[in-house]
Design a protein around this ligand. Sequence first.
Ligand code: FAD
Length: 466
Amino acid sequence: MGGGIGGLAAAALLGRAGHRVTLLEGADYLGGKSRRIELDGQRMDTGPSLVTFPGVWDELLGRWDALGDGDASAAEVAGLKLRRMDEVGKYYFRGEVVALPVPEEHPWRGAWERFAGLHGGLGPEVTRLLTADPLDRQTLPALGRLLRTYGPRLTTRSYLDGLEWLPDGLREVIAIHALNAGVSPSRTPALYASMPAIMAHDGVWTPEGGVYEVVLALERLARHAGVEVRTGESAYGIWEGKVVTRSREYEADAVVSGLDDGRLEGLLAPGKRQTPGKLSCSGVAVYAALREELPAGVPTHGVVLPSNPEGLYRSLEAGEEPEETMAFANYYRPGEVYPNDRATLALLLTAPANGREYGLEDSFVQREVERVSREIGLDKPATAYFGEYKILHPRYFGEWGSMGGALYGEVRPFWRSGPLHRPRYNDRRRPWLWRVGASVHPGGGIPAVLGGAMISTGRLLQHLGK
Ligand SMILES: Cc1cc2nc3c(=O)[nH]c(=O)nc-3n(C[C@H](O)[C@H](O)[C@H](O)COP(=O)(O)OP(=O)(O)OC[C@H]3O[C@@H](n4cnc5c(N)ncnc54)[C@H](O)[C@@H]3O)c2cc1C
């Protein structure tokens, strides 16, 4: 159930192992949070824009190959071409502008080199923890190296605060990456502090053609493996051995859910009112085809921080709109990433998971679009460049996802976010029910979702084999 990146990856692997797999996707398109739209005839992929930890994708291809009979190679079937971006991004914080990796001439260079020296090489360890079963003893060396790096300071916040030699600005630029998990640095494990250094060392990547190519590649792997893909078929009830949609009942030996956990609970106990706890953040995402190119010097990936990050974390905790938020500005010139003849701009504003619909006229959106435009060097609001545009908001993200549009569901204790915890792949009370997707490995984006799908289906295959 669920044709997002997690559900598709699981279906592709189970099908390749010789099982008869039906994938049910409620929406009329595959990809879930990753989607492709067209504005003024220009391609724009909504949702994720970057692929990190490319070794996870390679591992998925290797597993698909190993499960089959060698009739085709996963790399050829998938046909995904990842391209490394020149830099992780350009960061704007309290008047300071800095690229990651921090360039030679910047005053933070020395501290960055020291930090990158400690963390930049941890990519293979994190990739291992993302893709290997936590019960596999072979993960112990990777786990050991990570734990030795952080010592007793267990959260991103406490770890970074302990590095007194970090300039405050650089500390906040590093800490804000915790929001990729939808929560503040005091709610993520110290591991999140390493992310920007690993991303700078191992690269951030975009598939040629846009990130939706990942969804298309997974769909090709699934279909090649014989998976029956059914869009527009929403599951509304699950019992042992049965998934019920509006039009049919499906018999199943095992059910794999790629749905948000809260949504799954609703299907397991229809009619029972769900009362969620604290929610991770949502977003307001503005996508626009531009009438003219932005001035030279506007970066491909800009990250604009709030001047008071603590204030943002507090507002998100309280479920309130922040005074200033963290924003990504992804600007692709004609022919860059997408095969477009015009430039496109995506502005992603971190927002509380309040389930609301937003438009350009909302004061929060207007205020932040103007601030981001100023910071990235525009002399007028980005909206002045807009041709056709589309806004996605917490209500949109909540439609098929978590309550309130929370991108990573409910907030969990810091030790249950990221690859260091023991996720609930299988339901002990319901041995036929398996989980994949962002709810299993919250806060890691595409690599965690793919890794979780590999681990969960690995266990399910063993279970079915018995
Ligand atoms: C704005 C934004 C930016 C992001 N940026 C990045 C990034 O740059 N890099 C990165 O790695 N990650 C990024 N992410 C995170 C990444 O997109 C997600 O982690 C990933 O796509 C989640 O995949 P999933 O399969 O777990 O969930 P989903 O994509 O939510 O898939 C769940 C699927 O289940 C379907 N479904 C729900 N209910 C039912 C039902 N009853 N029956 C059948 N189907 C159902 C839904 O329609 C959906 O297709 C971003 C996310 C967003 C929203």
